[in-house]
Ligand binder design. Structure first.
Ligand code: F6R
Ligand code: ZN
Length: 193
């Protein structure tokens, strides 16, 4: 017997504004939420005292039924840097070890950084139209290296769960920094002190 939430649901994207409706939840992350993640702690602290700029926002729509728990999110990372490091998401790995995720870049340019617990690292270059599959047990973070907002959609299962601690501990092997006006991947000193 079908329950009320077992019926099909659609959400509508506005492809010029890059938003969808209805948004069921919204999360905002500012510099102060990311203090542990940027390598230039002084630059981060200064920005916190100067208005604590918004780095990115995530809009959520979940599609829970009696037998499934898919979620769709739209992340918008605003353009800019903290010190020389480009705006980026916190990054996480999923708590469950059998959960993959799809990311689809709608606008902007940047990188999807991926890393396993054993230290395998990948950086996927992103432009509008790039779709990436994140296999289970790869931590993931997105970085906006462009002058426009970086906007992408993610689709995953809610029961995948989140583990932010693994990225918070040491970050990813590479930092994405602006060097001579160009996005550059450099070694993260927290990996090779
Ligand atoms: C969900 C997912 C994305 C991110 C979002 C914000 O599994 O990967 O929807 O949650 O891009 O990044 P975090 O969660 O790292 O702050
Ligand atoms: Zn994820």
């Amino acid at each position: 017997m079908l329950q009320p939430n077992d019926y099909p649901v659609s959400v509508q994207f506005d492809l010029s504004k890059l938003v969808f409706s209805p948004v069921l939840e919204k999360v905002e992350r500012r510099v102060s939420d990311m203090a542990k993640h940027f390598h230039d702690k002084d630059a981060a602290q200064t920005l916190v005292t100067q208005g604590d700029k918004l780095l990115y926002e995530v809009l959520y729509h979940s599609f829970e039924t009696s037998k499934s728990d898919m979620v769709m999110c739209l992340t918008r990372i605003f353009s800019g840097t903290v010190g020389d490091e480009y705006h980026m998401t916190k990054g996480h790995i999923h708590a469950r070890d059998d959960q993959a995720e799809i990311y689809f870049c709608l606008q902007g340019e940047g990188y999807l950084l991926l890393q396993t617990l054993d230290g395998e690292f990948r950086a996927e270059r992103w432009t509008a139209g790039t779709l990436s599959h994140i296999p289970p047990m790869w931590a993931h973070r997105t970085v906006n290296t462009g002058t426009n907002d970086l906007v992408f959609v993610s689709v995953f299962n809610l029961s995948a769960g989140y583990d932010y601690g693994v990225v918070e501990a040491k970050g990813f092997k590479k930092l994405v920094v602006e060097h001579d006006g160009q996005p550059t991947l450099t070694d993260n000193p927290r990996w090779n002190p």
